[in-house]
Ligand binder design. Structure first.
Ligand SMILES: Nc1ncnc2c1ncn2[C@@H]1O[C@H](COP(=O)(O)OP(=O)(O)OP(=O)(O)O)[C@@H](O)[C@H]1O
Length: 360
């Protein structure tokens, strides 16, 4: 699957000029409020008429201002999940789920599989008024998938939910990403969500694409600190859950060795993705001894980036990127420089459940 987007649109106080390509998986559109994310997805869905656009999904042209192609929204094959669930109040969950299916010309996964995957079997006969916020969201996601879209657009789907509800829905979204194979365009300005779900990130800044690429690379690139937020910088490590220890820790094996974190609720053998925040990583020139931190990863310094908050140190640990935030004073005292071998130290407790998700 390839989503190919080029949009130009001028509003009284805003100009959008965005081009990007998105491969299969979850593509997150990330940017500050007012950056232009909703304008981009509204144009893709056909809800807004741009000055100029060329958009195709998997070779099917949705709009091309040059040739005059402009499919109406209902023929674009796009499932849309909004911030509020927008379910039909007079229909029960089953009828809500099957609503879009009647209008669809494409075939897709069987309803039973989606209903099971979203854990809503027991809600089928209820009306939306009798559902919690998280349940409503799951039904709205199910309804969008069951319309058999080419592309699922989710515009801040968790923004209206509290943290507990967000945590509840996240594993379902991961399953959707890993099991259904439906391409998803995910709009958010919440980086923890993006870090957990995205395979590709498109950074939007003031109507333009500031960067686009694999999530692990974008989140770990110090040049994007101004847009991502200095305190949000961190790496995505993929590691296999290899053991659940009796003292409440889980062991994850990554390329350069084991990492222990507080118990992860998943079966052993699963590949997980961990978001390791730069400010949680400490560096040592010699193998540390007599410290409480459980995780020590050998790493090589790739690059140093100084900013107003100190120094972001880009590291390579067995081919995976890692990021450490140190003060300018420490960087100078340790004479940190590209090519230097160091030991990256990570406290187990700094990796919380919100920073760990499934990875397929
Ligand atoms: N109908 C409109 N008329 C004029 N300006 C508009 C209109 N709709 C949006 N804008 C402006 O376009 C810019 C981009 O808005 P957009 O909603 O796409 O941003 P966003 O990144 O989705 O923001 P948020 O995260 O707050 O939803 C903003 O400056 C907004 O004020």
């Amino acid at each position: 699957m390839m989503l190919d987007v080029a949009i130009r649109h001028r509003l009284p106080d805003f100009e959008l000029d965005a081009r990007f390509q998105a491969p299969a998986g979850v593509t997150a559109l990330f940017g500050k409020s007012g950056a232009g994310k909703t304008t981009v997805v509204s144009t893709i869905a056909g809800l807004m008429r741009p000055d100029h656009a060329r958009i195709s999904v998997d070779g099917t042209t949705l709009i091309d201002s040059e040739t005059g192609v402009n499919l109406p929204p209902h023929r674009r094959g796009i499932g849309y999940v909004f911030q509020e669930a927008r379910l039909f109040p007079h229909l029960n969950v089953r009828a809500n789920l099957l609503y879009g299916r009647r209008l669809s010309r494409r075939s897709g996964p069987p309803p039973r599989q989606i209903i099971q995957m979203l854990g809503i079997e027991h809600l089928l006969h209820r009306r939306p008024a009798a559902l919690s916020g998280g349940e409503k969201s799951r039904v709205a996601i199910g309804r969008a998938i069951l319309s058999n879209p080419r592309l699922l657009v989710m515009d801040e789907p968790l923004a209206a939910l509290d943290q507990a509800r967000k945590d509840e829905i996240m594993p379902y979204l991961e399953r959707l990403r890993d099991q259904i194979g439906l391409p998803i365009l995910y709009v958010s300005h919440a980086l923890p969500e993006v870090a957990r779900l995205a395979t590709t990130i498109v950074l939007i800044d003031n109507g333009r694409v500031a960067a686009a690429g694999p999530a692990g690379e974008i989140l770990c690139d110090p040049r994007h600190a101004p847009l991502l937020g200095s305190r949000q910088m961190g790496a995505i490590l993929t590691a296999r859950l290899s053991a659940q220890d009796a003292d409440g820790l889980s062991r994850l094996d990554c390329a350069t060795g084991p990492i222990w974190v507080p118990r992860v609720a998943a079966e052993t053998g699963r590949t997980m993705r961990l978001r390791i925040m730069a400010h949680d990583v400490m560096l040592s020139l010699t193998p540390p001894q007599g410290i409480s931190a459980l995780n020590v990863l050998p790493a090589r310094i790739v690059e140093l980036h100084e900013d107003q908050d100190g120094v972001l140190v880009q590291l390579d640990t067995g081919g995976q990127g890692l990021l450490a935030r140190v003060t300018a004073r420490s960087a100078a005292a340790l004479a940190l420089r590209p090519g230097l071998q160091v030991h990256a130290i990570l406290k187990a407790v700094s990796v919380t459940a919100a920073n760990i998700g499934g990875a397929g």
